[in-house]
Design a protein around this ligand. Structure first.
Ligand SMILES: *Cc1c(COP(=O)(O)O)cnc(C)c1O
Length: 395
């Protein structure tokens, strides 16, 4: 006995909901990969990606790869075997980037996380000042850690690097944040930014993106880890085929063109505001559920909770029962806990092509599940979300 007729809803932090317009843009025959139509799509996507990354000076690259591929691309284009990177841990993903670096022969030092908090700019400043010999060649950090649900203060970390006078490259993973919250590559002093298609950018999985600034391009000139497939230099120049080091991902490019059009038509500022509102509503509901009982936020400081994903601590057997129930009875697929939070948390994504009914429906499904399964929780989460939005969306 369920109420599960109707559409499934992925409330996962990637892949996220792909708009019908984007799916439709891909549903067409392949085109000549040397023809003007596709070349123009590549050029305009690269220009628009630079707009979304907010870089005037930087170069952009499109890879036929998921985020892990772009992680490796970023490392191999600017570093050499034996170089050292400093990973700023705040959940799972920066550490995952470091794990991509190790087999390349890069030495990885992890600046341990503050439990349940964002990366501390002060701790970074201190570590960099202690590195008198300048051994650290790059700093790896995520803007949003999709596992812990934290948002790191990238401008503050950029300032800490500048204040320390250290020359390391500042490399930022914006896979779970680009297009969903402010990011200012040039103004924040970011040298390399890495993004993926299937989160806030509303595309199917399969593409990832890198923006590289002047300092990164200078480091690229003598990076020893360069390989032909990932190499930025190979991808420069006029030959369209070489921008992908082989056959372009024709259909994915038509989809990307559409998703960038949709994002830019909405306007970046409007998209950021929408994400902030839906995150606020979600977190208002979760706060109410946490009043009594079994649930808790993974991130203790409210201002450090991500505008794109909320991670909620819940133990077994409640956890498995709730996720199962939401999927089987209400067609809502929630994110599972990752890394150290595996088996101890679930995640609600509010990222990409989402609106108020999708989020209020998701919150309603979860609260119904908490009630149906007698999981101890504070009541009134959905009405807290409604009050939150109602107060901010007055006509
Ligand atoms: C999803 C994600 C990744 C990994 O991307 P894949 O496309 O799954 O390889 C990396 N970093 C962050 C912050 C992510 O959210």
């Amino acid at each position: 006995m369920t109420v599960s007729r109707g559409r499934d809803f992925l409330a996962l932090p990637g892949p996220t909901t792909v708009p019908h317009e984007v799916l439709q843009a891909m549903h067409r025959p392949a085109v000549d990969i040397y023809g003007e139509e596709l070349t123009a799509v590549t050029d305009s996507c690269l220009d628009d990606l630079r707009r979304v990354f907010r870089t005037d000076q930087g170069r952009a690259y499109i890879y036929i790869a998921n985020g892990h591929g772009a992680w490796e691309a970023a490392l191999s284009n600017v570093l050499s075997r034996g170089d050292k990177v400093l990973v700023l841990e705040s959940g799972r993903f920066a550490v995952g980037w470091g794990e991509m670096a190790e087999p390349l022969g890069i030495e990885v030092e992890v600046l341990a996380e503050r439990p349940q908090r964002a990366v501390s700019p002060q701790a970074l400043d201190e570590r960099l000042r202690a590195d008198k010999a300048g051994d650290i060649k790059a700093i790896l950090v995520v803007q949003v850690d999709t596992a812990s649900g934290v948002v790191n203060d990238i401008p503050a970390l950029g300032k800490a690097i500048q204040a320390s006078g250290h020359g390391a490259l500042f490399m930022v993973d914006v896979i779970a944040s680009l297009g969903s919250m402010p990011f200012e590559m040039d103004d924040w002093g970011v040298d390399v930014a890495v993004a993926g298609a299937q989160k806030g950018l509303m595309m199917t999985p399969g593409l990832s993106f890198i923006a590289a600034g002047g300092k990164a391009l200078a480091a690229h000139a003598d990076a020893g880890l360069r390989t032909r497939y990932w190499d930025w230099t190979v991808r420069e120049g006029d030959l369209h085929y070489m921008k992908y080091c082989g056959t372009p991902p024709v259909h994915l490019l038509f989809g990307l063109r559409k998703s960038l059009d949709m994002l830019l038509e909405e306007g970046l500022e409007n998209a950021f505001r929408r994400h902030a509102l839906l995150a606020g509503a979600t977190q208002a509901a979760v706060e109410r559920w946490c009043d009594v009982g079994a649930l808790d936020f993974s991130i203790v400081e409210p201002s450090e909770r991500s505008p794109t994903v909320t991670t909620i601590l819940l133990e077994e057997p409640h956890l498995g029962r709730l996720l199962d129930w939401c999927w089987k009875v209400c067609n809502v697929s929630l994110g599972i806990g990752l890394g150290p939070l595996s088996g101890h948390a679930f995640r609600i994504a509010h990222m990409g092509h989402v609106n108020a009914p999708m989020m209020l429906g998701t919150l309603g499904a979860i609260e119904t599940g908490l009630t149906a399964l007698d999981i101890p929780h504070g009541k009134g989460g959905v009405s807290a979300a409604v009050d939150y939005l109602g107060a901010r969306l007055k006509a």
